[in-house]
Write a protein that binds this ligand. Structure first.
Ligand SMILES: [Zn+2]
Length: 349
């Protein structure tokens, strides 16, 4: 078997990114089709199902929340409505990421498939036949929408918690002003021992069912308030809270009525509890960000944490998750716009 594979592997090594993407599409093709064919048949039905602000066959007015709305012709093949109170017109896509969308709905669904396969921005662009900059915008619009799902996650049961660190990154940042925002300007080497202000702290928690949360809280070591702000409202009372020996966690466990299981430094477990799950969560996150995507700018790091939580950690099958992703991002209330994607803060804390 190994002998048979050798010439194929040799051939693959000589291909460029676009050619490799094409091979990947051929190999995963049958799978992709089944996902696409398991359809979101009607876009209208989909939004109706999820949008809290609908009146059965019509959405509320997104401008003044009035219920006095009537149909008012079509725009770009989509039903348009007019509000009798504020006179604004709108369609189903208002307040969703689909508003003002320039790519087709089908292309967006293929983009979601590509994201489930953890393709790079360039590979997604090739598969969807869109520009690299559109591909970049779409990735972040989809991840912005996914943040809504992440914000609803409340962990229960046995929860392992720990922080991880990433170096500050201004990858792709064209604005030289940003360098003046660096916490410490240093001449020469920027190598600093230990945990410095040039590292972003990302506390993360994961439970045994594959639910997880994580986000940037601060630069350098976190204070008790920063960690506390991260945990607040995200863990059910009475859960088991497994952490390393960092003292801040004692207080946090007490404040949130959690049973604290502390793993003393130098030890790997405490009775039946350990922090293996959160350790592998961190290594997988690092692998995705540093190896697969070759580093991401700090301003997009929160989006990649959510991406990791959904694609790598959530326990549903790839097919199930693909369907959830498509339905959720198209229908959740999200005003993320492509032209605003790179305007966000370089350091989101
Ligand atoms: Zn109105």
């Amino acid at each position: 078997m190994k002998m048979k594979l050798k010439p194929i592997v040799e051939m693959l090594r000589n291909l460029n990114v676009d050619e490799l993407t094409e091979v990947m599409m051929i190999l995963t093709g049958s799978k992709l089709e089944t996902v696409i064919d398991d359809p979101i048949k009607s876009f209208k039905e989909l939004i109706l199902k999820r949008k809290a602000t609908s009146l059965g066959d019509r959405p509320y007015c997104p401008h003044c929340q009035s219920h006095r709305v009537v149909k008012n012709g079509h725009k770009d093949g989509r039903q348009r409505f007019i509000c009798k109170d504020c006179k604004h017109t709108y369609t189903w896509t208002n307040n969703t990421i689909l508003y003002g969308m320039k790519i087709s709905y089908d292309t967006l669904l293929i983009y979601c498939d590509c994201m489930m396969h953890k393709m790079t921005i360039r590979q997604c662009a090739t598969c969807c036949r869109i520009s690299k900059s559109s591909s970049f915008d779409w990735r972040h619009k989809i991840l912005d929408a996914l943040q809504n799902m992440h914000n609803e996650v409340v962990l229960n049961g046995i929860i392992e918690s720990d922080e991880t660190y990433f170096g500050l990154s201004f990858k792709g940042c064209k604005n030289p002003d940003i360098l003046t925002r660096l916490p410490h300007k240093r001449g020469g080497s920027n190598h600093v021992r230990g945990i410095s202000d040039e590292l972003v702290c990302v506390p993360c928690s994961v439970n045994l069912n594959g639910l997880s949360i994580g986000r940037i809280t601060n630069l350098g070591r976190p204070t008790i308030d920063e960690l506390s702000g991260f945990i607040k409202g995200r863990i059910e009372e009475g859960s088991f809270f497994v952490t390393d020996s960092l003292n801040s966690y004692d207080q946090i466990a007490e404040d949130n009525n959690l049973t604290h299981i502390k793993i003393e430094s130098g030890k790997h477990k405490n009775g039946m509890f350990n922090i293996q799950k959160i350790n592998s969560y961190h290594s997988e996150l690092k692998r995705m960000i540093n190896d697969l995507f070759k580093g991401v700018a700090t301003k997009y790091l929160n989006n990649y944490v959510v991406y990791h939580n959904f694609v790598n950690i959530a326990k549903e099958s790839v097919i199930e998750k693909t369907k959830i992703l498509k339905e959720f991002v198209c229908s959740t209330i999200c005003n993320s716009r492509g032209y605003k994607v790179n305007l966000r803060d370089a350091i989101p804390v």
